[in-house]
Design a protein around this ligand. Sequence first.
Ligand code: FES
Length: 144
Amino acid sequence: MKRTGKKNRRKILNLLILGWTGITTIPFLSTVLRYTSPPERRGPMTGAVATTGDVPPNTGKIVSLGNRPVLLITTPDGGQRAFLANCTHLGCVVRYREEENDIFCACHNSVFDIEGNNISGPAPRPLPQLPIEIDNDNIIVTVS
Ligand code: FES
């Protein structure tokens, strides 16, 4: 009789340990799998990201489309451009500099002209320029 009670306690204790291990391991494994698996590949994304009034001449604005930062620029003469805003060096978000009329990455001082060409600093490539369309004052950008 005494032995059976001890066995039952041991079984219950083993079940509790097994349950606790499962409860703590599943979220850990889920996190590891999410971190190690490649991000979901999406097709091109198009959307209205701002209005023309949001980006007056000689200004820039960072907006997002999906989870991608986009730099909108209206040049001093009113031309509009859109670029992926991640620097081609290590991915910092760039910004438009009104005084210099260029695009600047503060992380390591890369400079791009307003066509997105890398002109100084460690950035190895131009910024990817994005198709832009104006529809009823809405700025519509496509990110591929
Ligand atoms: S990340 Fe932009 S210059 Fe290094």
